[in-house]
Every structure is written in structure tokens, then in C-alpha cells.
Design a protein around this ligand. Structure first.
Ligand SMILES: Nc1ncnc2c1ncn2[C@@H]1O[C@H](COP(=O)(O)OP(=O)(O)OP(=O)(O)O)[C@@H](O)[C@H]1O
Ligand SMILES: [Mg+2]
Length: 150
């Protein structure tokens, strides 16, 4: 983990597609870092959910990806970028209950179609962009100054 002079922490993590044995390890590590530096537990809970859902989508749908965590005194930011099939219709993917999860994934308990809606719900700011045939990128921000909003 790196910290610069402005008290900004940065760490990036690799996520391997279809590796269910390691699935969840990145968001677990993120949660540990947030706990170590004493972030408010409510914010940790929301951040951990967002990181987990983003990580699982890379595991389930992409070939590989990266989660880049930045923590400043004001915010937590995740950039989750993957190489994979991308998302043809983002509006549809954002709808609660929409899922293209396979039977195998559903048997493991995934595929409720709630991951992306939950990321949006738990973030203060959420942006998603995708290039079909290339990959998907998420920008997820949570504010640390509760007075600012949410
Ligand atoms: N990184 C991604 N690359 C390609 N497609 C994606 C990606 N993330 C999401 N999708 C598509 O968007 C759909 C909705 O994603 P969402 O996370 O909301 O639900 P889910 O992963 O299907 O189920 P759940 O998250 O509840 O286990 C997915 O089924 C998939 O078709
Ligand atoms: Mg999902």
C-alpha cells in the first residue's frame, strides 16, 4: 500500500476471471485495509458490499480485471476495470433482477441480478461504462465526510 504526502492511500488488486476459489479475496482485503485505518463501520459496510459485487462480476463475466482502491481524507474510490465481453445494454444490466448468470453460477447462489443495483445503492457516486467486446469500467465513490451528503 502506498501513501503520499497528501495522506492519499493507493493500492491495486488483480482479479482473475472464473477463479471462484479466490472469489471475494480482493474485497476481503479492501475491508481489512478500511478497518485498519479506522474508517467508520457504516461506510466500511457499504464499501465492502460495493467492492464485493464489483469483484464478483469480474470473476463471473470477465477474463481478468483490476480493482484500484484510493482513499483520501474525503473519500474512498474504487476503479474496477476488466477485460471481457463488456455490457451491451447498461440500462438493462442496471435493472434489479436482470441477470445472464449461468445455471452453475445460480447453484452457487449468484445471479439474483442485484449486484449492480446494490453497488449503486451503497455508493455516493457510481459510474459505469463499457465497450462491448472489450471490457467494463466502474467508478465507485463513497464520501467520508458525512456532513457532505449520505
Ligand atoms: N463486468 C461485467 N462484464 C460483463 N457483463 C457484466 C459485468 N457486470 C455485470 N454484467 C452483466 O450485467 C448483469 C447484471 O449484473 P448484476 O451484478 O446486477 O447481477 P448478476 O451478477 O447477474 O447477479 P448477482 O450480482 O445478484 O449475483 C449480469 O448478469 C451480466 O450480464
Ligand atoms: Mg453481480
Amino acid at each position: 500500500m502506498m501513501m503520499n504526502a497528501e495522506n492519499v492511500l493507493f493500492q491495486s488488486f488483480e482479479i482473475i476471471g472464473r477463479d471462484f476459489s479466490r472469489a471475494g479475496s480482493v474485497s476481503t482485503k479492501v475491508k481489512e485495509i478500511l478497518q485498519e485505518i479506522g474508517i467508520d463501520s457504516t461506510v466500511i459496510r457499504r464499501a465492502a458490499i460495493a467492492a464485493y459485487e464489483a469483484e464478483m462480476n469480474v470473476v463471473m463475466y470477465a477474463n481478468r480485471g483490476e480493482l484500484a482502491l484510493t482513499i483520501t481524507p474525503k473519500k474512498i474510490h474504487f476503479k474496477v476495470e476488466d477485460k471481457g465481453p463488456g455490457i451491451e445494454d447498461i440500462e438493462m444490466a442496471m435493472q434489479e433482477g436482470y441477470s445472464t448468470a449461468t445455471e452453475e453460477m445460480r447453484e452457487m447462489g449468484f445471479g439474483a441480478g442485484m449486484g449492480l443495483p446494490n453497488i449503486k445503492k451503497n455508493a455516493d457516486k457510481f459510474e459505469i461504462s463499457s465497450i462491448p467486446g472489450s471490457g467494463t469500467k466502474l467508478d465507485i465513490t463513497l464520501h467520508l465526510n458525512q456532513a457532505e451528503k449520505k
